[in-house]
Design a protein around this ligand. Structure first.
Ligand code: SAM
Length: 458
């Protein structure tokens, strides 16, 4: 499908004939493929990069790599183990805008399917918390699956209108709005984006972005950072959205420290008031079309932290015996809090456990921390999410290291060779990366990989 005619006319008018034509030609080219490694559990990174055919690093993201060509990710067990995330390179730039995010409380307001959420989760670390919100129920489930697989344990996934998050006033050190947009930057990767594009949709998206930014601003604490991004080129949804925000937020918007960038990266840097802006054009930078901006909320801006009144109790206390059993399954139990939620036992990194509890009392939280399982007769029956947790203590159960082919059978929920397993519960690993649990009872193996995640492709 050809690029929309009105879009082509606009870029030729705004960028000039030569540059406009270069952009349109790039949009008809082949997109680069890139991944971002999961430092908490990628195992031997060199081997993994070699297996993926990594060609060169993404210059603006420490864990980002371009691949020489697109592998079949579906048939790579490391992909299913959450050892890396397939993420377009330009989007990885938001990590730089977050600054020193370790220990911070980050709100990712438009989060599914979770590319940026998993990046923020790695940056926030065990002392930090990422609240990843997605308005669309179905997409929120995909987000939750990806978060569980990433295995950092420091994310809470919510499914709400942005306003519900705005009501957590001045709660967050960083608020990221990766706004729903007209998707012009995706014209190379996704023909559907060309089909759905219209001038009218640009206007609708711009109006929606204005509403989302108002809520984002309420949730941000004075001194905190706002990161705004889209995957579109038009001014109305990019600089225009920031200009409209400046008209109501005024002096409350202050400059954020500038991340160091290099001219050779091909990013077009600019300013809109106190916002620093970054444009990624596919004919200049190696990635898809992307726009990002960052600013701070002035430290003396209005805004005291406010939490809506709790409407329910969610975390139930657990007894000492259950806590002792859970402690056996994690590497640093003293740095975790355990509680039960709707009959399942969970663990959270202690630093933010109270924040997650408060959040759960006012918002619909789909998943948070690590779902660990249920204790029967003193023994844990683990949830699949526990296998993905980077801090799982592998001394808690036998580890069955299987071949790549056996791993793929496991991921299809196929039959498994009993000889590969010890009697009872096993952690199924391949190249040291955990995929899930299976139970051997004599010559029978119960494959416990979740049906919803299984590989369907043959
Ligand atoms: N940040 C995601 C990532 O990196 O994987 C991509 C987010 S995508 C660009 C924008 C998301 O905003 C979509 O998942 C969409 O469902 C959601 N969305 C749509 N309308 C919304 C609204 N009115 N308020 C908040 N989010 C909305």
């Amino acid at each position: 499908m050809a690029l929309p005619a009105e879009f082509v006319q606009r870029v030729l008018r705004e960028l000039g004939a030569e540059e406009g034509a270069a952009l349109c030609a790039a949009l008809d080219g082949v997109p680069p493929v890139s991944v971002r490694l999961n430092g908490a559990k990628c195992g031997n990174a060199e081997e993994l990069l070699c297996a993926l055919g990594a060609a060169q690093p993404v210059p603006w993201c420490a864990d980002g790599w371009y691949l020489a060509e697109r592998p079949q990710f579906t048939f790579d067990p490391a992909f299913h183990a959450g050892a890396y995330y397939v993420q377009e390179a330009s989007s990885q730039f938001v990590g730089l805008l977050a600054g020193d995010a370790a220990g911070r409380r980050i709100l990712d307001l438009c989060a599914a399917p979770g590319g940026k959420t998993t990046l923020y989760a790695s940056l926030a670390g065990p002392q930090g918390l990422v609240v990843a919100n997605e308005i669309d129920r179905r997409r929120a489930q995909v987000l939750a699956d990806n978060v569980r697989k990433w295995g950092t344990g420091n994310v809470a996934v919510t499914c709400c209108e942005p306003r519900a998050l705005g009501d957590l006033e001045a709660w967050f050190d960083v608020v990221a709005v990766d706004a729903p947009c007209s998707g012009e930057g995706m014209f190379r990767k996704d023909m559907g984006a060309r089909e759905e594009w219209s001038e009218n949709n640009v206007r609708l998206c711009a109006a929606r972005q204005d509403g989302i930014l108002r809520e984002a601003w309420r949730a941000l604490k004075p001194g905190g950072r706002l990161i705004y991004s889209t995957c579109t080129f038009n001014r109305e949804e990019d600089e225009g959205t920031l200009e409209r925000m400046l008209a109501w937020a005024g002096d409350e918007v202050a400059e954020a420290p500038a991340p160091a960038t290099d001219e050779v990266w091909g990013i077009v840097c600019g300013r809109v008031g106190a916002f620093r802006t970054y444009r990624f054009y596919p004919h200049k930078a190696c990635g898809e079309g992307f726009f990002a901006a960052v600013a701070c909320k002035a430290p003396d801006a209005e805004g005291r932290m406010k939490t809506p009144k709790a409407c329910r109790t969610v975390f139930g206390q657990i007894d000492k015996a259950a806590a002792a059993e859970l402690s056996r399954w994690v590497l640093r139990p003293e740095q975790m809090r355990f509680a039960s939620v709707a009959g399942t036992l969970y663990g959270w990194p202690a630093a933010q456990a109270d924040a997650v509890r408060q959040l759960s009392e006012v918002l619909p939280v789909i998943c948070s921390g690590v779902a660990m399982g249920q204790v029967f007769k003193g023994r844990l029956r683990p949830e699949p999410a526990l296998a993905f947790y980077a801090e799982l203590d592998r001394g808690a159960l036998p580890v069955a290291e299987v071949s790549r082919e056996e791993a793929l059978d496991y991921l299809r929920r196929g039959d498994m060779r009993p000889d590969a397993l010890t009697e009872g519960l096993n952690l199924i690993c391949t190249q040291g990366r955990a995929l899930g649990f299976a139970k051997r009872i004599d010559r029978r193996v119960n494959n416990m990989y979740p049906s919803a995640l299984r590989i369907l492709k043959q």
